[in-house]
Design a protein around this ligand. Structure first.
Ligand SMILES: *Cc1c(COP(=O)(O)O)cnc(C)c1O
Length: 392
C-alpha cells in the first residue's frame, strides 16, 4: 500500500490521537528501516527505546518463532518456563528479589504504585497512600499514571484523576521534605527523566531521597521503563547510581519490540502481592518472555561497555559539529538528549531530519536519541552525516 492510501485509511478508521510524521515504515534491518516507497532511514529512536536489538535480529526472530510454535499463550493459572527463567535472570542480574510481569510501562507503574500502597496498608493501615513524584516526570497514560506524572499539561480532560500524588522538584531534597507528611508511602522517580527532556537526576539527590525513604519507611520506587534494559550502559540505571530501590518498573526495551513490562521488588516487598491482589490476563506471555530472554542474553557486559562507548561517540561527534541549532548533549549510554537553540523548534528539526533520512525523537524542548543498542559504527556515522548535512 502506498503512503497516501495508507494515510487516508488511518484518518478514516483510526482515532486521531497521534501526531504522526508523514512516513509509513515497512521493514527494517539492524538500525536501518525502509518506508513503503523504499526510502531508507537510519533509526536513532528504535521505536521509543523499544527495539533494543534493532530490526530483524536473527536470535530474536528465532526465539519468538520457536516459542510461538510451541506455546503462544497460557493463562496465569498455570506455570510455564519462559517467564520463570526470565524472572530468575532479572533478579540475579539486578539484585532484586521477585517480579510481577505486565504488558506496558503504564501498567507496570500501576503495579508499582499498588504495591507501595499495599505495603503501607499492610503495615500501617489506611491513610498512608500518598506517593511523591517529581515535576517534569512521565509515568504513563492511564488515569493513575497521568496523576503520577508531574506535568500540568497531562492533568486535563480526564477528571477526576486518582488522588494521592504530590510533586517535588528534581534535584532539590528540600522540596521533597516540603511535601512530606504522615500520609506518604513512597517516592517515585525516573533516574533520567525521559519524556521531560532527558534530564538525569543528581547522584547526591538520589542518595538523599534513598536515605529519607529508609528513615521514614517510604518505598523508593524507580521507574526504569525508559532507562532500563541496557539503555544507559548498565542493565538498570540504578546500578550506576549506587542505590538499591525497593521497587523497579521496566517495559519498553525488555522484549525488543513485543509488548511487555513488569515490576521487581526487593526482599522487604516480596510478599506484598498475595494471590488475588494483583493480576493481568496477558502478563508473562511466553512469546514475549522468550523474546525478553533473548534480549537479556544479548545484553552482556561487553555489550554494556559498547553502549557506553557508542553513547560517548555520538555525543562527542554531535557536539563537535557545532551546528547552529543544536547545543550541549546530556544523558547516559544510548539515552541522549540534545539541547535545541535558535529559531527552529525541536519538532521542526526532527521533521527535517526525518525528511532527510534520519529518524529521531523530541523530549521536552530538545531532541532525544534512543538508538538500538546494536547500532553499528557505520550506521552511527551515516546518521551523523545526515544530521550535519541537514542542519549544518
Ligand atoms: C514510556 C514510559 C512510560 C509509559 O510506558 P507505556 O508502555 O507507553 O505505557 C512510563 N514511564 C516512563 C519513564 C516512560 O518512558
Amino acid at each position: 500500500m502506498k503512503f497516501e492510501e495508507l494515510k487516508a485509511l488511518d484518518e478514516q478508521y483510526v482515532m486521531q490521537s497521534y501526531g504522526r510524521f508523514p512516513v509509513a515504515i515497512d521493514h527494517g534491518k539492524g538500525a536501518t528501516v525502509w518506508d513503503v516507497e523504499g526510502k531508507e532511514y537510519i533509526d536513532f529512536p528504535s521505536g521509543i527505546g523499544v527495539c533494543s536489538l534493532g530490526y530483524d535480529n536473527d536470535g530474536w526472530v528465532e526465539a519468538i518463532t520457536r516459542q510461538a510454535s510451541k506455546l503462544g499463550h497460557i493463562s496465569n493459572l498455570f506455570y510455564s518456563e519462559p517467564y520463570v527463567r526470565l524472572a530468575q535472570q532479572l533478579c540475579t542480574r539486578s539484585g532484586m528479589s521477585n517480579v510481577f510481569f505486565a504488558n506496558s510501562g503504564a501498567e507496570s507503574n500501576e503495579g508499582m504504585i499498588k504495591l507501595a500502597r499495599k505495603y503501607s496498608f499492610d503495615k500501617y493501615g489506611k491513610g498512608r497512600g500518598t506517593v511523591i513524584t517529581l515535576h517534569k516526570s512521565f509515568h504513563g497514560r492511564t488515569i493513575t499514571t497521568l496523576a503520577a506524572t508531574g506535568q500540568d499539561v497531562f492533568h486535563n480532560y480526564f477528571f477526576p484523576f486518582t488522588e494521592g500524588f504530590r510533586y517535588a522538584d528534581a534535584n532539590d531534597l528540600d522540596s521533597v521534605e516540603a511535601v512530606a507528611g504522615h500520609d506518604v508511602c513512597a517516592v517515585m522517580f525516573e533516574l533520567i527523566q525521559g519524556e521531560g527532556g532527558v534530564l538525569p537526576l543528581d547522584r547526591e539527590f538520589v542518595r538523599g531521597v534513598a536515605e529519607l525513604c529508609a528513615k521514614r519507611d517510604w518505598l523508593l520506587l524507580v521507574d526504569e521503563v525508559q532507562t532500563g534494559v541496557g539503555r544507559t550502559g548498565s542493565l538498570f540505571a540504578f546500578q550506576q547510581y549506587g542505590i538499591q530501590p525497593d521497587v523497579v518498573s521496566f517495559a519498553k526495551g525488555i522484549a525488543g519490540g513485543l509488548p511487555f513490562g513488569g515490576v521487581m521488588a526487593n526482599e522487604k516487598c516480596r510478599n506484598v502481592f498475595t494471590p488475588g491482589t494483583h493480576a493481568t490476563t496477558f502478563g508473562g506471555n511466553p512469546v514475549a518472555a522468550a523474546a525478553a530472554l533473548q534480549v537479556l542474553h544479548t545484553i552482556d557486559d561487553e555489550m554494556l561497555l559498547q553502549v557506553r562507548k557508542k553513547g560517548e561517540y555520538l555525543r562527542s561527534q554531535i557536539e563537535a559539529m557545532e551546528l547552529p541549532c543544536l547545543g550541549a548533549t546530556r544523558g547516559m549510554g544510548l539515552m541522549i538528549g540534545i539541547e535545541v537553540k535558535g529559531e527552529k523548534s525541536n519538532k521542526d528539526i526532527a521533521a527535517k531530519l526525518i525528511e532527510n533520512g534520519l529518524l529521531c525523537l523530541t523530549a521536552g524542548p530538545g531532541l532525544r536519541l534512543l538508538p538500538p543498542l546494536v547500532i553499528t559504527q557505520e550506521e552511527m556515522d551515516r546518521g551523523l552525516a545526515i544530521m550535519k548535512q541537514t542542519l549544518g
